[in-house]
Design a protein around this ligand. Structure first.
Ligand SMILES: [Zn+2]
Length: 414
């Protein structure tokens, strides 16, 4: 059986680590909802050892149990130490999936630990952390080799083999600095996948402008070796420094490109016509415009002005378009209010709120229920510091108890 390609989106982990950007806990939850609708296999949904994440993580795991966030997997991310594993399970006992991370390159072993750790120590620490996670009842464990692209391949294979023997289900190859190119990553991942006979995650950054190309080449390397590949992405490529591999671009590359289309199969069907909604929401929540030339979802992705192109596309879109905008969920007119606007805010009152909800055909059983939802909406505005979108208001109205938990932050509780 040839391997398949899956997507693990890391917007809620790597994306929110981006300097000067952040998401509220409700926004992170909405991202998980959109990723689930889009067909993403797993969302790396946050940091189980970080106290302000606890209520959010537990509330999202509750949504999974309720069947709302299903079938997407929600996976936490921590450092590969026994202490962090234990702390993660104390803080989020319901955790089912986890990725644990440790640096593997000599540069980072020397540069971060100042000679206090050897390669043997790194292996031992990772194995001990893995065993601790499995003892705690984790259902699926991924082992991350940070800076894998600058790590000696023989050591990487030893590392991944030890992880597999300890019970890990996947090995994550991190091109942490965006150092690989499509040729090097194909060869390296292919060789690793062949040696370890285990699914490989590909985690790429865009410091040299190759995050998407490298992700695809790495995935091809794993699949060609008979293993499943799990591409790590973020929405709109948001991520540290020059960003991560853009989710929609990776999907398009696998499903539409010359060498991959029809030959490389996705492990879970992608609902491509949700792409535009997903990209627009992340752009709004992060406060970062979608680049106009972003594949599929950018404002110019289907725009033509020059004579030859406009004439050609009008005669037959396939002359100058590789895929159709409708496939990405584009083409519907968007309503922008140019007159009076009533929107939600942290000081909203019942009259304005009822007007907004009434426009969405949401009614309440009685006045006290309406006031309760309004109170949650006010708190959501305090956290987000921007008017809520319709899907967020609907979410709060539909799952008020979950919203209450998401919005509860209790600093210095212990
Ligand atoms: Zn990263």
């Amino acid at each position: 059986m040839p391997g398949k390609i899956y997507f693990i989106d890391v917007t809620n982990r790597d994306g929110v680590q981006t300097a000067r950007l952040s998401l509220s806990k409700l926004q992170k939850t909405m991202i998980n909802m959109y990723l689930n609708d889009f067909g993403v296999f797993q969302s790396e949904f946050g940091f189980p050892t970080t106290s302000h994440e606890t209520n959010y993580l537990r509330a999202n795991l509750e949504l999974a149990r309720m069947g709302v966030l299903k079938p997407i997997r929600l996976s936490g991310w921590i450092r590969a130490t026994e202490e962090d594993v234990e702390r993660a399970f104390q803080m989020v006992p319901e955790l089912e999936y986890l990725n644990i991370s440790i640096s593997t390159s000599d540069q980072m072993i020397q540069g971060k630990f100042n000679g206090r750790k050897s390669r043997t120590d790194i292996l031992e620490q990772m194995v001990n952390a893995s065993r601790a996670a499995l003892r705690a009842g984790i259902k699926g464990l991924g082992i991350n080799a940070e800076d894998a692209s600058r790590t000696d391949i023989k050591f990487l294979i030893d590392f991944a083999t030890a992880a597999k023997e300890a019970g890990a289900e996947r090995f994550r190859y991190c091109d942490t600095l965006g150092y690989d190119d499509p040729f090097t990553i194909y060869k390296t991942v292919n060789q690793i996948a062949e040696s370890i006979s285990m699914p490989v995650e590909i985690h790429c950054h865009g410091d040299l402008g190759m995050a998407v190309a490298n992700s695809i080449a790495g995935a091809k390397g794993a699949v060609d070796a008979g293993q499943d590949a799990y591409i790590n992405t973020t929405i709109n490529g948001i991520g540290e420094r020059a960003g991560n591999a853009d989710l929609v671009s990776c999907v398009l590359a696998i499903s539409k490109s010359k060498g991959l289309s029809g030959k490389y199969k996705l492990g879970r069907p992608i609902v491509l016509n949700k792409a535009y909604t997903l990209a627009k929401y992340a752009s709004y929540a992060f406060g970062v415009p979608i680049p106009i030339n972003l594949p599929g979802v950018g404002a110019n992705a289907f725009a033509h002005s020059s004579g030859i192109h406009a004439d050609g596309v009008l005669k037959d879109p396939e002359n100058y378009e590789l895929y159709n905008y409708e496939e990405l969920g584009r083409g519907e007119p968007e309503l922008v209010e140019t007159g009076r606007l009533i929107c939600s805010g942290e000081y909203s009152g019942i009259s304005g709120f009822s007007h907004i909800m009434g426009k969405m055909k949401v009614t309440f059983a009685n006045a006290s229920e309406a006031r309760r939802i309004l109170e949650l909406v006010r708190y959501a505005n305090v956290e987000a510091q921007m008017p809520l979108v319709e899907d967020e208001l609907l979410f709060i109205a539909r799952y008020p108890e979950i919203a209450r938990r998401l919005l509860t932050l209790t600093p210095l509780a212990d």
